[in-house]
Design a protein around this ligand. Structure first.
Ligand code: ATP
Length: 421
């Protein structure tokens, strides 16, 4: 066995993908899924609905990858040419599969709809292929050997594709393990750590030859870190991964808010609910976005008291009792005003935890001292105030507000995160 056998090539087929009309989400979904069974996607290719081109590229990929997964182009219309291209790459004719025909006719019968003649095309598969059922749509998929490689053809609609991946492709891969190049992965999501500081603190763990290998991406104050481990068996890869994951957790405990989703609102909401900490918010530049994010969490009404969108100076003064001279002296965008807003919201709501944010989202309103992207926060937990001022390099009003929301959620999470881990 070799790295070639463990490597997966993913081909996304469809003119619409190359014309920018649809993002190719199938390839990344497949890449994530195959890692769970010890394989790794080493090549993504997006190709037009062109039979000759597809046949050539598929044949080439089958020579260098143990598994090729093709999505799209299995529909009933003449521009759906995947099955023809695979047959050509395999050097076999297309034949009518009774199983596929029953699948297509059965789908229409269950849906109570007449079947168009063009759907007959969907009963064709390359000779020697095994049909893969598609309970969620008309297009069955198939699996076929191409030399030493195995090709899976799945339909394009993501819901159908994911279902068949789960039902047929992953179980097949799990039953055909590749001994010497098993892979597995784990994710961590961290708040309030610059990518460069992170790189310094992980040191040699990030070298390209390291095992597990670390990949990191940053968005709106959140670092997404993925550890991918290799081993001569899935057990070995998993044990290496577990060891590094434990070290990682210990080293970055203060920053890891989730090992599941990059969703700060969810992590914060769970903590507030678990610890029964009531919350209220006073938002200026985010206009309620932090409240909107937090109220997405199911069950949050048990702790979410109320939220103030105090956009004008008058509203900050009248609703939250911010002293007018504070606004005049320091400006509405200041940590002093943020602290007064947070205290006002705490007084008005009786919540144990409050956060206030005020900032300059732009594109107008910046000054040399307080440029666009300046954000001032205050949090109050059981009467103890903390303030923070941050500068975000402006990349448009929406981006500043999105970042301000993420940062607000993260600052709240930092105040209540468990200290012992
Ligand atoms: P259908 O029977 O729906 O025609 P199909 O296998 O022919 O299935 P396509 O026609 O290629 O699939 O794609 C159908 C729809 O699925 C596309 O309009 C697009 O919305 C979605 N889709 C296709 N490929 C991808 C992809 N790689 N990532 C995300 N969505 C995709």
């Amino acid at each position: 066995m070799s790295e070639r056998a463990a490597s997966v090539a993913v081909v996304a087929v469809g003119d619409e993908l190359l014309e920018g009309d649809h993002a190719d989400t199938n390839s990344s979904a497949i890449a994530r899924a195959v890692l769970e069974v010890g394989r790794s996607a080493n090549r993504f290719l997006a190709l037009r609905d062109d039979e000759e081109l597809l046949a050539r590229e598929i044949a080439e990929l089958a020579r260098s990858h143990g598994v090729v997964i093709v999505t799209g182009g299995l529909g009933p219309t003449l521009d759906d040419v995947t099955r023809h291209a695979v047959a050509r790459a395999a050097g076999v004719p297309l034949v009518v599969s009774e199983e596929a025909r029953e699948h297509v006719t059965g789908w229409f019968a269950r849906a109570g709809r007449p079947m168009a003649a063009s759907n007959e095309r969907q009963a064709l598969v390359p000779r020697g292929a095994d049909v893969i059922a598609n309970p969620r749509g008309t297009a069955p998929g198939f699996r076929i050997s191409l030399g030493e490689s195995t090709l899976f053809a799945l339909p394009g609609p993501p819901r159908e594709m994911s279902g068949m991946l789960e039902d047929a492709v992953l179980p097949w891969l799990a039953e055909h393990p590749v001994d010497e190049w098993a892979r597995c992965a784990r994710s961590f999501f961290l708040f309030d750590l610059a990518e460069s500081v992170f790189a310094d603190r992980v040191g040699a763990w990030m070298e390209r030859s390291a095992n597990p290998l670390i990949a990191v991406t940053a968005k709106a104050g959140v670092l997404s870190v993925r550890l991918v481990s290799r081993g001569s068996s899935l057990e070995e890869a998993e044990s290496k991964l577990a060891e590094r994951a434990a070290e990682f957790r210990a080293r970055f405990a203060a920053h890891v808010f989730s090992e599941e989703f990059p969703d700060l609102a969810h992590a914060l909401g769970r903590l507030l609910l678990d610890r029964e900490i009531t919350i209220s918010l006073a938002e200026s530049c985010t206009g309620g976005m932090i409240a909107a994010a937090l109220t997405r969490v199911s069950g949050i009404s048990a702790v979410f008291r109320e939220s103030f969108v105090t956009y004008s100076n008058e509203s900050k003064i009248e609703r939250l009792g911010v002293p007018a001279e504070l606004v005049r002296g320091h400006g509405a965008v200041s940590t002093e005003v943020a602290a007064a807003m947070a205290s006002g919201a705490a007084r008005a709501s009786g919540a144990r935890l409050t956060l206030a944010v005020t900032g300059i989202a732009g594109p107008t309103g910046g000054t040399p001292e307080k440029p666009v992207g300046t954000l001032c926060y205050a949090t109050v937990l059981d009467g103890v105030i903390e303030t923070h001022e941050r500068r975000f390099t402006p990349a448009g009003r929406d981006a500043v507000r999105e970042w301000a929301t993420s940062l607000g959620l993260g600052l709240l999470w930092s105040r209540v995160r468990p200290r012992s881990v």
